[in-house]
Design a protein around this ligand. Structure first.
Ligand SMILES: N[C@@H](CCC(=O)N[C@@H](CS)C(=O)NCC(=O)O)C(=O)O
Length: 279
């Protein structure tokens, strides 16, 4: 081991870039490696075939972006990613979860639903292969990923709702970010990391990227969050509420939480599919 943390991930993976952005913000010495590049380390430590995987300097593996960040936050508490007030701290944790679980629907659906995105993104995923293998590899990736939209609940019925949710969140966040660099004020919070990973990835793809580019304050936040800096204090809830409450009422309460409850019930009763009517 080098004495540094190793973050094994991919530029294409929202949860990986979320963790990398956190490591950068906290200035935790780390190395960023691809899964193939770190194949031995990955095989040794990955308990699930997922990225990101963090390997600590004492050779312990940690998976799942939320517990990774929580573990590192306990070890490197300053500057804290948690707003000081109880409401801000709760809302930030809620938005982190919303980003991970609902934001992934926007990103994954939009990445693989349309031909233009399927072609562009599968070729980008295959870009490091030898030139003569790119076409075949891109096709294999496309065939593997497109049916997986099922996992995020994307189908003909839900597609318009997922896309409307994405457009609505971009509009709400653009207004909120017009007067502050991060969601909770002058520095990034837990909620920024979770939401940002998904929106950053969406922004790199043709269809979702065209929508993101219509939200200039979101674009600036996306750039900022690649290497976040401490630019000032967190704001208190009364200052945030006028423009952040809409995300909570319209999106978190209106869509994500009812879906989450129905999803939890389906898991508890071992159902593969469920129906739920959202606002
Ligand atoms: N809950 C996990 C999700 C991790 C995850 O879904 N990772 C995806 C990439 S974004 C993955 O590794 N998929 C399998 C693959 O790429 O082979 C986290 O927060 O880290």
């Amino acid at each position: 081991m080098t004495g540094n943390y190793i973050v094994i991930g991919s530029e294409e993976s929202p949860y990986s870039v979320k963790v990398r952005s956190y490591f950068r913000y906290k200035k935790i010495p780390h190395e960023w490696r691809g899964r193939n590049e770190a194949a031995d380390l990955y095989a040794k430590h990955a308990r699930l075939p997922l990225i990101p995987l963090v390997v600590t300097p004492d050779d312990t593996g940690i998976q799942d972006s939320t517990p990774i960040i929580e573990t590192m936050e306990a070890k490197y508490p300053a500057p804290s990613i948690h707003p000081a007030g109880a409401v801000g701290r709760f809302v930030s944790a809620l938005l982190e979860e919303f980003g991970d679980e609902w934001g992934n629907k926007w990103m994954f659906h939009m990445r693989w639903a349309r031909e233009i995105d399927q072609v562009t993104v599968s070729r980008r995923f295959a870009a490091d292969a030898p030139p003569e293998k790119i076409d075949t590899l891109a096709q294999t990736i496309r065939e593997r990923m497109v049916p997986r939209v099922w996992f995020v609940g994307s189908n003909e019925v839900t597609a318009p709702q997922i896309e409307k949710s994405f457009a609505d969140v971009l509009r709400l966040l653009d207004a909120h970010l017009a007067s502050r660099p991060y969601l909770f004020g002058g520095r990034p919070a837990f909620g920024d990391f979770g939401l940002w990973g998904q929106i950053y990835e969406a922004g790199r793809d043709p269809t979702a990227g065209a929508l993101v580019n219509k939200a200039p304050n979101v674009v600036a936040w996306i750039d900022r969050m690649l290497d976040p800096q401490d630019l000032g204090e967190f704001e208190d809830w009364p200052a945030l509420e006028p423009t952040l409450l809409g995300v909570l009422s319209d999106q978190v309460a209106g869509l994500f939480l009812p879906w989450d409850v129905a999803n939890a019930k389906a898991i508890a009763s071992a159902e593969d599919e469920f129906d739920v009517t959202l606002k």
